[in-house]
Design a protein around this ligand. Structure first.
Ligand code: GDP
Length: 301
């Protein structure tokens, strides 16, 4: 239900436009597909993905001898689901049983990184897990305090040092603390500046090195947080971060605030990094695992 609510803006504009299209055209012809292409591109589905989708739809329409525009609608949702389904298995978070799981969050300021960490801390706590957060963004003014606010809200401790201190030192402390408290999950914030790619890369590498030295297979996830409302900007951030470090999954925030929820498809097909979590609001319960089926269902019903 939450997924459906969160997608309401995308659904209204996307499905609204599709319904209009079906009414206007009635028959499936070249012009129909051109219009459909425009609708998909406006929903931020991504040019390459749209091309693939349209080609497949044309083939399918030919194969099934579909002439009537309203008969193509179920085929569209089928194809969208197929495109996303590929990622179903790999979209699960890598969580260790009876061992500490370390998750590193990366992404530029303002995308919803702190909020996502807070929401996830809340979810793990609800599952009965012992959770810790590490205030690794020592650069942005207020980042540490903001994480502490979330810590208080959800009842989870934050490991921190002074503003301006070395993030790798914070991580070292955090891992020691997690070990001594027998924590199940350690959620690590990082700085989000992108101005200097070399520095970003160095900082992330150093943080990862410290984690790996303490726990050989850590970090178990490196999640890149992207703001769905920023469209192509999010895509280019993904490329930059992908070059700076190994990203294991994407958290797509603010899906509730955009009519361009098609970006999920673009990310899946053009970046080849699984979307693992989606943010559907500002509250602590507004984070969900990404499920292709729910997404497509949320769009069309
Ligand atoms: P950070 O700088 O990346 O840590 O970003 P914040 O966590 O401070 O989030 C920036 C703003 O986005 C805040 O006002 C959050 O409440 C808001 N936000 C984060 N995630 C979501 C979401 O999924 N939906 C909505 N509507 N707002 C969100």
């Amino acid at each position: 239900e939450k997924f459906k609510d969160g997608l309401s803006k995308t659904r209204d504009s996307f499905v609204g436009a599709m319904n209009e299209l079906v009414k206007d055209y009635r028959t499936v012809d070249e012009e129909f597909f051109e219009e459909l292409e425009d609708i998909l591109i406006s929903a931020d589905v991504g040019v390459h993905t749209v091309m693939t989708l349209i080609d497949e739809l044309k083939d399918e329409a030919r194969r099934r001898n579909i002439k009537d525009a309203k008969d193509i609608q179920p085929v569209i949702s089928e194809k969208l689901a197929e495109l996303l389904q590929k990622s179903e298995e790999e979209s699960k978070l890598n969580i260790k049983e009876n061992e500490l799981t370390v998750i590193l969050f990366v992404g530029v300021n303002g995308v919803g990184k702190t909020t996502t960490i807070g929401k996830l801390a809340h979810q793990f706590k609800q599952e009965g897990k012992n959770v810790l957060m590490a205030a690794g963004d020592t650069f942005r003014a207020g980042a540490i305090e903001q994480l502490e606010v979330w810590g208080e809200r959800v009842g989870v401790d934050v490991i921190k040092q002074q503003a301006g201190s070395d993030p790798a030192a914070v991580m070292f402390d955090a891992v020691q603390s997690a070990k001594s408290k027998k924590a199940d999950v350690l959620l690590c914030d990082t700085a989000g500046r992108l101005q200097n790619k070399v520095n970003l890369m160095k900082e992330l590498e150093k943080v990862k090195r410290v984690l790996t030295r303490e726990i050989p297979d850590a970090p178990h996830e490196v999640l890149l947080v992207l703001d769905a409302t920023t469209g192509q900007n999010a895509m280019s951030q993904a490329k930059t971060f992908g070059q700076a470090t190994d990203v294991s999954g994407i958290v797509l925030t603010k899906l509730d605030g955009t009519a361009k929820g098609g970006i999920v498809l673009a990310i899946r097909n053009e970046l080849d990094i699984p979307v693992k979590l989606v943010g559907l609001g500002e509250g602590m319960d507004d984070l969900q695992e990404f499920r292709a089926e729910q997404y497509v269902h949320g769009l069309f019903s």
